[in-house]
Design a protein around this ligand. Sequence first.
Ligand code: PEP
Length: 257
Amino acid sequence: MNKTLRKAVIAGNWKMNMTPSQTTALINEMKPLVADADCEVVLCVPFVDIAAAIEAAKGSNIKIGAENVHFKASGAFTGEISADMLKETGVEYVVVGHSERRQYFGETDQTVNLRSLAAIKAGLKPIICVGETLEQRELGYTETLLKYQTKMALTNVSAEELKNVVIAYEPVWAIGTGVTATADQADEGNGYVRAAIAEAYGADVAETVTIQYGGSMNAANAAELVSKVNVDGGLIGGASLKAADFSIIVKAASEQK
Ligand code: PEP
């Protein structure tokens, strides 16, 4: 295990929060606080906030991402946004398969795979979310499920393309609930994801893939979570809407080497 083989990524997921003007204000507040980061800093924002976010982040170390992408290139898909459309806005990252999309919008392992492939083809970096529900954990299926979701999401993704993919292990029971996985649970879950990648691509490749933890990560618990060998940063919901809290998480990841 060698953490220096991969880059830590701290990514905010704003969910359905912030108007364009609020976006400008929050990023302006964040910029000086994260300017010294020694990790990748990303903010994934609602589609309508992308232009404001790109403009506000210009000249800084903050990268902008979207929160979803459709898998078709174009056509009769009212309300959807394609990977090429996103690419042209200047976003670098896109969240794919967040559990809220799986839960409320019918996202499946197959569509997560198709969206990931579309993002990669357009030159975007997908942050692919996987994670078990509390029921699945209690039934003892966490490892099986995480490996299955990971391999399904990466179907037809080459080892070369994997260099631009981030996986986020997000236990569903920890998202937006205030209940965080323990650092050991996070490390174990991320380890299952890494093992699945090793089974599919080999151990050397798996060592290079950035695997985040997500689920109620905050200013108080981030340092312990990111200290774990398999935890390469985090996907942050609620705490990414507060400049001070988010910058503390970025600092915690920056100090991990
Ligand atoms: C998320 O939205 O991916 C997330 C982890 O949310 P929160 O940090 O609020 O639990």
